[in-house]
Design a protein around this ligand. Structure first.
Ligand SMILES: Cc1cc2nc3c(=O)[nH]c(=O)nc-3n(C[C@H](O)[C@H](O)[C@H](O)COP(=O)(O)O)c2cc1C
Length: 348
């Protein structure tokens, strides 16, 4: 395969979703093969339980690689290990060209707007989750109709946790990029991708100050924002969760499955918005990692995690890798910028 094609395949991987747009990966090309190296140190410090956010993001990256390779007439073969420095060794073999999803790689993005309430048909849902069996140890669970609001309520606790916990508050505001051009050389979330327009944007700026966040909590404003968020999340056609076992490799598969669903949704003109905080923080406290949290917060996170698992009927011993809402939305205010991939080229 020539350098141009390898570059094209890597560029497709590089536009995958990642926590806080951290792009926690780099590439080493040796001859015709690509080593994908996961970089958890670039990802969220507090949220990235057992580096699993990084594995999900890299899984999405591998799915993009597979989809772009297919569109060029190659099959991408993955040798994955979450115990080695190289997360995935990717080699290519000839295959029939398949361009079903590649045209949607560039137009997939997070859409945090409220969605327009609509029910999805059986055919749409079958199309969205058609490849479930290809992703080892991953199953999809969805809630729809009247079951959406209780699940949305649990997921929307991320806002109050972010405003009431000093570690999370610091992490959130260190990640916000206030100017569009800042995205060119820094990871983080450009403020407009969070759908903050005046007057919401003024309030969001004020909340950057920890004392203001504490005051807003005291006077009940954060609770109000949380219930607005519940409404926004409830506007989805469905809320989905990818269920896995308690092992790192499954989180790579979950990332692949998630991206496959997201590209299919994009093809159908539907939008998605991920929600990782409640399940990731729940897993942190379950694993005994409680240094950032008060006793009350630990108890709350444990309770929310039990409720979330029960909403999605998660079998005993399994967990939620990531949750998302899916539906029809107007275009987002802004989309994220992807920094160029770091690539080392060598002959073999
Ligand atoms: C593991 C993981 C966790 C994420 N968690 C959240 C989340 O809790 N809330 C949210 O709004 N976006 C979340 N995202 C989405 C990212 O913020 C988003 O992918 C990134 O900013 C790039 O934007 P894009 O999806 O438009 O390419 C998450 C993404 C990944 C891969």
């Amino acid at each position: 395969m020539n350098k141009e094609l390898l570059q094209k395949i890597i560029e497709a991987g590089n536009i995958a979703p990642s926590g806080g747009n951290s792009q926690p990966w780099k590439f080493h090309v040796r001859g015709d093969e690509i080593d994908v190296i996961a970089l958890p140190e670039k990802d969220h410090a507090v949220l990235n339980v057992k580096n699993r956010g990084t594995y999900i993001a890299n899984g999405a990256l591998l799915e993009n690689i597979s989809i772009m390779a297919k569109s060029l007439g190659y099959r991408a073969n993955f040798q994955i290990s979450t115990d080695e420095e190289v997360l995935a060794k990717v080699s290519f073999s000839d295959s029939v060209k398949d361009n079903e999803l590649a045209p949607y790689l560039e137009s997939r993005h997070s859409n945090r707007k409220p969605y327009i309430k609509e029910t999805l048909s059986k055919e749409q849902k079958e199309y969205l989750f058609a490849r479930e069996e290809d992703y080892e140890n991953c199953t999809i669970a969805i809630v729809e109709g009247e079951s959406i609001e209780p699940a949305a309520k649990i997921l929307s606790y991320d806002i109050s946790l972010n405003m009431q916990n000093k570690c999370l508050h610091k992490m959130l505001f260190e990640e916000v990029l206030w100017k569009e051009e800042d995205q060119k050389d820094k990871p983080g979330l450009y403020v407009k991708t969070m759908e903050t327009e005046p007057p919401k944007s003024y309030m969001f700026r004020l909340l950057k100050n920890w004392n203001v966040a504490k005051f807003f909590t005291k006077i009940g404003l954060i609770e109000k924002i949380q219930s607005e968020n519940t409404k926004t999340t409830s506007s989805a056609a469905l809320i989905g969760a990818i269920i896995v076992s308690d092992n790192n490799q499954d989180f790579v598969s979950a990332g692949r499955f998630l991206e496959n669903i997201w590209l299919r949704a994009t093809k159908l003109g539907l939008s998605m918005h991920l929600s990782a905080a409640v399940s990731f923080l729940g897993q942190q406290v379950e694993a005994g990692e409680e240094s950032c949290f008060s006793k009350t917060e630990v108890d709350l996170l444990k309770k929310l995690n039990v409720q979330l698992k029960s909403s999605f009927k998660v079998p005993e011993g399994k967990l939620i890798s990531i949750a998302f809402r899916l539906g029809r939305g107007e275009d987002p205010l802004a989309t994220s910028y992807k920094r160029s991939p770091e690539i080392e080229w060598s002959k073999s």
